[in-house]
Design a protein around this ligand. Structure first.
Ligand code: BGO
Length: 713
């Protein structure tokens, strides 16, 4: 029977034991020459058994696969052009972190790789513990521990080589970069895919990565091709974006991203006995990633962030509020008393102003999140919660979209694309709405500020965020248990180095968020405020208007009433009239229609209107209340609105708590739902997601309100 022929390349860092391994495998069947055109030594040999004839090529030892040295170029060109059936990467396992840097670059080339963890004898003697099975599943490549000198593990290595290479497996490695870099690589690879020749000859993501790294060889290869006409602009934009974000050269961004991946993989799988001198990162990590204190520290930091958002945000919020009050007053003073003025004052200024007031809170929250992200702490937080997430059927990769979900569900849903497994992706997407997005902050600030004492406010907000997290985790466990069965695959949690965040980056991040929020206030919320105003004013209650007019005339022409009495009576009259008009309007009718349904939650028809309009965007709950109470009581600023809510006999702190819980959990805004539909790809999931989130919100609000009543609150 003819033997199966394979070509296997041996690669790795210098002194990792390549030659030793090559000598064991090839024995006397080897010859030494030079690589064409250069004086670098080339060794080839054969290994044969009953079934296989394996041609072995010992590649030059290198630390990297850039195009700086002859060795690097020879190695990478051999892999790209000769396409060996398999590459054995020989690593010095006693120094695994450094050697994995080369392994990662082989993985970038998307060639089939087996990692030979050499010097295993020294690993065992030194007390280092490496969970190679876990490391293999994290990286998605086979790993065999060997000792070339002691000829241990060689049979297993040969078994892996023949089994792996002959099954014609394409690379299924799980290499990942930091999100921004990953996104740019994907964008660029998509453009390069238009070139059929390139697409056939090279791994496109590798080409994209090398272009971002500004690799001259790859640049020469691509820049002569037609695809460069489009590719160039995309590359320039990518580099600008990355440099703007990371404030470093593209090459160091890429290498840092590789190290972050390696660092995460090593942290999970390698235990090194304590040394005397430790690096600063190791010392900080030993505290922040500590199994006992790590999580409490993380929760404390989050709590601190929310306290700051409330307490520091209050001062600038007052200024903005004052500005809109003045604007409303100016409108009253200088514009004629017409429907248009009412629309401007009660619809536009009260609605949009009511939302813009919260810009400082958003800025503060993202100031804190940027610091946590840029310092490298957020990645540690993901690492910390990874183990917990596993218990709920999710894995740590879901954590990043979930953290984004605290900002806005739209990017969070999109970030779920990094979850390769359909069940993981859908589960994460379905629970993201339970996490408190920034659009809900205005609702919290308004309602918590109105109904709860100052010392409780930060705690309640923190509690809401935590409730969102707990519900998301329980929901994902249930979804995984009953709807999407199947285990999550383990993967590497990246750990970038700690770094002092730069002011520029933080400001950029804050500005991006605030700009998004302000844009939303100026467009979407403006239109929605006008719609809410129209729905609250139409159809006009002519009878009430007629009666109101007559009563106003009566009061004004009364000879017995003092002017102060007149003013007081007119105020009551106006308020009565506004209430009747609101109840008669489209909004009022819709609110009344759903009132029986929401009564058990402690909500009246006005909250019903606010919640319906909140489906358009959560901030609109605030602007709607602003519009409703402005219509009813001529209230014009947040403080007055809070007072009006407090004075409304329909509400008490318990009903408001139920309302906060409902707002936290019910279906996200239209924009987010549209993106959900696009990402989930099927109507059935969109319908399920709307019903699932709203039913959960209803159920939880019911528990809070009825439970609270039972307990006597
Ligand atoms: C010297 N275990 C141990 N303990 N050592 C190993 C193993 C192993 O599994 N595998 C290789 N080595 P190369 P490259 C040496 O040469 O194969 C040792 O560059 C020495 N030399 O014996 O050459 C191996 O081809 C004097 O060590 O690697 C060699 O990748 C004192 O790792 C070194 C001590 O192996 C490099 C060691 C004069």
């Amino acid at each position: 029977m003819a033997k199966i022929e394979l070509t296997v390349a041996i690669a790795g860092n210098p002194n990792s034991g390549k030659t030793s391994l090559f000598n064991i495998l090839a024995g006397a069947h080897q010859h030494v020459g030079n690589w064409p055109g250069v004086t670098v030594e080339k060794k080839e040999g054969f290994y044969e058994n009953d079934q296989y004839k394996i041609k072995l090529v010992d590649l030059p030892g290198t630390y990297s696969l850039s195009a700086y040295s002859q060795e690097e170029l020879i190695t990478r060109n051999f892999i790209l052009r000769e396409r060996p059936d398999l590459v054995i990467d020989v690593l010095d396992a006693t120094n695994i972190e450094r050697h994995l840097y080369f392994a990662v670059q082989l993985m970038e080339l998307a060639c089939p790789v087996v990692l030979a963890l050499n010097m295993w004898d020294e690993v065992e003697a030194s007390g280092i513990k490496i969970d190679h099975a876990l490391l293999s599943s994290l990286l998605g490549v086979p790993i065999v521990p060997i000792s070339a000198v002691k000829e241990q593990g060689i049979e297993q290595l040969l078994g892996t080589i023949t089994g792996f290479a002959s099954s014609a497996r394409v690379s299924s490695n799980k290499l990942e970069y930091q999100a921004d870099l990953s996104e740019e690589i994907d964008n660029l690879a998509l453009i390069l895919a238009e070139d059929q020749v390139l697409a056939k000859s090279y791994p496109l993501k590798w080409l994209a990565l090398k272009l971002i790294e500004q690799d001259q060889e790859v640049y020469q290869l691509v820049h002569e091709r037609a695809v460069w006409l489009r590719g160039r602009a995309v590359l320039e934009k990518a580099i600008k974006h990355l440099q703007g974000h990371f404030d470093r050269s593209p090459e160091s961004i890429v290498s840092e991203s590789r190290y972050a991946f390696i660092n995460g993989a090593v942290k999970e799988t390698v235990q090194v006995p304590l040394r005397k001198e430790r690096t600063l990162t190791e010392i900080i990590d030993s505290i922040l990633l500590n199994q006992i204190v790590g999580l409490p520290i993380f929760l404390f930091l989050l709590w601190l962030v929310f306290q700051a958002t409330f307490r520091l945000g209050k001062i600038p919020m007052d200024w903005i509020e004052q500005f809109f009050v003045t604007l409303g007053n100016l409108a009253v003073r200088y514009l004629p008393d017409s429907t248009l003025t009412s629309l401007l004052r009660d619809g536009v200024i009260a609605g949009v102003g009511g939302v813009l007031v919260f810009v400082p809170a958003i800025l503060l929250l993202f100031f804190a999140i940027s610091i946590l992200e840029d310092s490298g702490y957020m990645a540690r937080a993901a690492f910390l919660v990874d183990r917990i997430m596993h218990r709920f059927g999710l894995h740590g990769r879901s954590f990043i979209p979930m953290v984004l979900g605290f900002g806005c569900s739209v990017p969070a849903f999109m970030a779920c694309r990094t979850l390769k497994n359909e069940a993981d992706r859908l589960t994460t997407m379905l629970v993201i709405p339970f996490l408190s997005c920034s659009a809900k902050i205005p609702v919290y600030v308004l309602l918590i500020g109105a109904f709860f004492p100052v010392h409780m406010q930060g705690n309640i907000m923190f509690g809401l965020y935590m409730l969102g997290v707990v519900i998301a985790l329980i929901a994902s466990a249930l979804l995984k248990r009953f709807l999407f069965k199947g285990l999550s695959e383990p993967f590497v949690m990246e750990l970038p180095p700690y770094r002092l965040p730069t002011a520029r980056n933080i400001l950029l991040h804050m500005w991006e968020r605030a700009a998004m929020y302000i844009r939303k206030a100026g467009t979407f919320i403006l239109v929605a405020s006008v719609i809410v105003w129209v729905c609250s004013n139409l159809p006009s209650d002519r009878l009430a208007a007629h009666e109101h007019k007559e009563k106003v005339l009566q009061i004004n022409s009364s000879a017995t009433l003092s002017s102060a009495d007149k003013e007081a009576q007119l105020l009551v009259l106006n308020s009565d009239y506004s209430s009747r008009q609101l109840a008669f309007s489209i909004s009022g009718r819709a609110g009344h229609l759903i009132e029986p349904l929401i009564r058990p939650l402690g909500f009246d028809w006005k909250m019903g209107i606010a919640l319906i309009s909140g489906v358009a965007a959560k901030e609109i709950i605030v602007s709607t209340l602003g519009t409703i109470y402005s219509l009813e009581n001529s209230e014009k600023n947040v403080g007055d609105l809070q007072r009006a809510l407090r004075n409304d006999p329909a509400y008490n702190p318990l009903a408001i708590l139920a309302l906060l819980v409902f707002t936290l959990l019910y279906v996200p805004c239209i924009a987010a739902s549209t993106v959900f539909h696009k990402e989930a790809g099927h109507w059935k999931w969109t319908v399920f997601y709307i019903i699932f989130s709203t039913a959960t919100a209803y159920f939880m609000a019911l528990i809070v309100y009825q439970g609270g009543k039972l307990l006597g609150y």
